[in-house]
Ligand binder design. Structure first.
Ligand code: NDP
Ligand code: X2W
Length: 324
């Protein structure tokens, strides 16, 4: 797979070339999660910079010219700096998979949500620059895009998205605050209503109006729920909850990472759902809760913020980008 003459020779037991990958920010929460997942994939060879040189620009530039793909697990500003180094290398530069927020709605970048729409996985496979989605938009876009495409959500429909995340979503600093007991057990945040995930949520959800987005974080390490309350009579064509469920089920192929839960699923019958059931997986579950007589529904997405919301999706994209 490697196309770089100077790459460390990398062969599988069968002698086939392996894709050579550098994770910039490999010691952070997302980087570590990707490394753990890649440990079981012999078709990927990892290259690293010694820890004490991890922010050394020259060391980075050299390694970038020797790998097939760089995965950016960095704060936004640092991600932009590494992208500038890659661009400076021209054709000798690697493909880029950016896990930060820096490029998700930037021109020239492909959104790394393979299940977004037909053809998206192919677009990721062919792209030089791929932006891994945010954890919350992964759930929100997965719920909303099919309903927009089916005409159940119109350009004028007002949408609110509520969500709760495990504290690992805030990276090393938030993990430390929760684990040393200095963070609250639960809090709403983003209440200036300008969370960094709004642009991608609106763009890839194809929402005509800016949604109201209210995230929250609780005292559990990982796991996530994203929910969208709906008044069915306010939607175009006044659909039933079964209509919404059918639109979701028709959109996602059976057997993929996105699973539309049956209307008689135990969680739906019980009227409750918890956030941790998909931890350490790359799966995403979608639920339609409803009170048909009251003409109300609540859509819920469940995922692991570190799985399909970050490192799991990154590995899925890496395999598409390398053809491994
Ligand atoms: N945690 C999550 O659930 C998700 C995170 N993301 C995104 O992924 C990115 C990384 O987040 P996360 O892993 O949580 O963050 P962490 O804070 O856990 O890790 C960030 C890592 O980047 C390193 N770093 C910072 N600047 C540089 C630099 N210039 N060169 C090399 N390394 C550098 C840090 O090292 P040091 O500490 O030594 O400075 C640290 O190890 C962010 O953009 C985040 O928004 C995306 C989806 C979900
Ligand atoms: C609990 C918590 O703080 N979560 C983070 C989002 C984590 C994430 O997905 O950030 P990316 O945009 O880089 O993907 C936040 O709200 O900023």
């Amino acid at each position: 797979m490697s196309t770089k003459a100077s790459s460390t020779p990398a062969t599988t037991g069968a002698g086939a070339r392996r894709a050579v990958v550098f994770i910039d920010g490999e010691a952070g929460t997302t980087g570590l999660g990707i490394r753990e997942r890649l440990a079981g994939l012999p078709q990927i060879a990892l290259r690293s910079i010694p820890h004490e040189q991890r922010k050394d620009v020259e060391a980075k530039r050299k390694l970038l010219s020797e790998v097939d793909v760089v995965i950016l697990c960095l704060p936004d500003d640092a991600a932009k700096e590494t992208v500038a180094l890659v661009e400076g290398l021209g054709d000798r530069g690697p493909k880029v998979l950016d896990a930060s927020t820096a490029h998700r709605v930037a021109p020239g970048w492909v959104y790394g949500f393979a299940e977004l729409a037909p053809g998206q996985a192919d677009a990721i496979a062919k792209a030089r620059f791929v932006a891994n989605p945010g954890c919350y938009p992964t759930g929100g876009v997965a719920l909303l895009r099919p309903l927009v495409e089916a005409g159940h959500i119109g350009p004028d429909t007002a949408i609110s998205v509520n969500a709760v995340s495990g504290y690992s979503g805030g990276g090393k600093a938030m993990i430390e605050a929760y684990e040393n007991g200095t963070a609250p057990n639960f809090e709403l945040y983003g209440l200036s209503l300008a969370h960094k995930h709004l642009p991608e949520l609106q763009q890839y959800g194809r929402l005509g109006r800016r949604p109201v987005f209210v995230p929250s974080v609780g005292n559990f390490r990982q796991g996530m729920l994203v929910s969208v309350p709906l008044h069915l009579d306010d939607l175009p064509g006044k659909p039933t909850a079964a209509d919404l469920h059918r639109a979701l089920a028709d959109w996602y192929p059976a057997g993929g990472e996105v699973e539309v839960m049956a209307l008689d699923d135990p969680a739906i019958r019980a009227g409750r759902v918890e956030p941790e059931a998909l931890n350490d997986t790359n799966r995403l579950q979608l639920f339609v809760f409803a009170h048909e007589a009251a003409r109300q529904a609540v859509l819920v997405a469940r995922l692991d913020n570190l799985g399909k919301g970050a490192s799991g999706a990154a590995v899925q994209n890496l395999l598409l980008m390398t053809g491994c």
